[in-house]
Design a protein around this ligand. Structure first.
Ligand SMILES: C[S@@+](CC[C@H](N)C(=O)[O-])C[C@H]1O[C@@H](n2cnc3c(N)ncnc32)[C@H](O)[C@@H]1O
Length: 247
């Protein structure tokens, strides 16, 4: 599993405050790395110029509508977007929607910003932190959908509690998704696919939209393939595409 990046946990500083200043409930452990190699000049430049324009300032009771200058048809969140190919393609395909991308890994964030720096960027907002911190600050029923694509698998049993799809996080997704909103997940790790299906199926607020095996084994129509998916999946036949609906 090439993209498994289990490293020492980092205690993040939400809103860039020191830990001592943060309310206790905001002190969350984020597992995985935040930076690998230094940014190259182009990525650093894109980060320095674009990030201040499109980054989200975390505030309580945050309404996604307030993040965009013009009204948007739908509001979608992508959790852990990696280098952001999926998000960049969505932005271009649906200028009428507002997208929020969260990625704590600076090299991924900078790669994404470099890719989109010449775009209008009026339908994208980003946070370089733990996505759950953002989710906890969002108002109720405000999102049309959430993408969680190829999340870190945390294969060891003792690390399963670190997985982003958990009962607690599904409770949070239930609150911020509109009724009928979608939770779209993918993975090429069988054990993780099983985990995500089980966790989401036993949650009373979510229903699996799959009617047959083809619905989760076959690449959905108009699917945007991520870099991880191309690199990691030795043939997309091992991918699982899991689409749940908030009831
Ligand atoms: C295996 S990578 C997949 C990246 C991308 N979704 C793709 O398919 O190419 C998982 C990503 O999730 C990010 N991540 C891990 N925990 C996160 C969290 N709590 N909030 C937001 N992103 C997170 C990691 O930094 C990493 O970039």
């Amino acid at each position: 599993m090439a993209a498994f990046r289990g490293k020492k946990p980092t205690l993040l500083s939400p809103c860039r405050k020191s830990l001592a200043e943060q309310p206790e409930h905001q002190q969350r452990r984020l597992y995985g790395r935040r930076q690998s190699r230094p940014l190259n000049t182009q990525r650093q430049e894109a980060f320095d110029t674009l990030m201040p324009r499109i980054q989200i300032e975390l505030t309580p009771a945050l309404d996604p509508k307030s993040l965009f200058s013009k009204p948007k048809s739908e509001h979608w969140l992508e959790i852990g977007f990696g280098n952001g190919e999926h998000l960049a393609a969505l932005m271009a395909a649906h200028p009428e929607n507002g997208y929020i991308g969260v990625e704590p890994y600076i090299n991924g964030m900078a790669a994404f910003l470099k890719d989109i720096k010449d775009e209008p960027c009026d339908n994208i907002r980003v946070l370089m932190d733990d996505a759950i911190l953002l989710c906890e600050n969002l108002i109720d029923d405000c999102l049309d959908g959430i993408y969680v694509l190829n999340p870190d698998p945390w294969p060891k049993t003792r690390h399963h509690k670190r997985r982003i799809i958990s009962r607690d996080n599904l409770d949070i997704f239930t609150r911020i998704l509109k009724p009928g909103g979608q939770l779209i997940m993918s993975t090429d790790v069988d054990g993780l696919a099983e985990w995500m299906v089980t966790q989401s199926s036993i949650h009373p607020a979510f229903e699996w939209t799959a009617q047959s095996a083809d619905d989760w084994r076959k690449t959905p129509e108009n699917w945007i393939t991520t870099r991880y998916e191309t690199k990691g999946a030795k043939g997309a036949s091992r991918m699982s595409y899991l689409i749940f609906q908030r009831n």
